[in-house]
Design a protein around this ligand. Sequence first.
Ligand code: FAD
Length: 288
Amino acid sequence: MQPFEYAAPASVDEALALLARHGADAKVLAGGQSLVPLLNYRLARPRFVVDVNDLPLDEIRVDAGRVRLGALVRHSTLAASAVVARECPLLTEAAALIGNVRVRSLGTVGGSLAHADPAAELPLAMVALDARFELRSARGSRTVEVRDFFSGYLTTVLRPDELLTSVDAPPTRGAGTAVEEFSRRPGDFALVAVAAIVTIDRQGRVENARVAIGGIDGVPRRIPAVENALRGEPPATDRIARAAELARAEVTPQSDALASGEYRTLLAGVLTKRALARAVSRAMAVPA
Ligand SMILES: Cc1cc2nc3c(=O)[nH]c(=O)nc-3n(C[C@H](O)[C@H](O)[C@H](O)COP(=O)(O)OP(=O)(O)OC[C@H]3O[C@@H](n4cnc5c(N)ncnc54)[C@H](O)[C@@H]3O)c2cc1C
């Protein structure tokens, strides 16, 4: 690890002042589960590390009708939160799938979103949920929609002097939600992951479907062809299977050391079918 200066500010303003002063020479340290390996391999060589673990950004609350998570909410806290389980169970399921117990106890929501791994569960869930991000700097704050936040592989629109302070998402009460993923070993990053959110109307038809896929492109993204194929239709098993097949036509993943593009394409179809089937069955069980 290359030597660096270190500070652990006690207030957000102090952290923002340090980021403003050191700019691109600084790195934010949250749970360290992605940053510390990057430092160890010298893939990141900051001159200054701003440890944000003492900042008061670990709150989970319902605010103006949206579920708001502070950037320092740990994955394990998210997975165990009763508020999140009631309002946004997709996040409960997604958080429980991350890595292993150690990673979940240390890793943070903000760290996962800022790191922007295309196969990570929380970026995927935020895309499915249409989340919004609050970014703060000494210059002020801005709100960024999820569709504008991830800009490429491990890349976001966060500027060097900005801190992601919170993320908020609409509750999914009345919907059925599910995350499905496949990884080579338990605890590994997913090869492909799919999140689905489905609501059923009083006639028993699909009112709305949101389907997002990760591990395929540089950023997780929605699959509108699958969503449109289901909207307004009864969610019969064969219709779900046909809609899920469309996912395969919508993706063109590259081969890499972990899996071939063909295998990832196959997984896209299988996991979309499984996620939709579970989301539909949960939506049908929601009391009218
Ligand atoms: C063995 C192992 C297995 C893993 N498996 C999975 C998995 O299956 N799924 C998964 O999603 N993740 C997995 N992870 C990664 C884990 O989720 C990390 O917690 C996450 O990627 C980074 O969160 P962190 O809080 O540790 O951030 P850090 O490592 O501290 O930081 C990561 C990056 O984000 C920046 N950053 C952090 N917080 C902020 C902020 N508030 N504002 C601006 N920038 C910020 C840092 O500067 C750094 O660039 C795994 C990690 C390990 C070590």
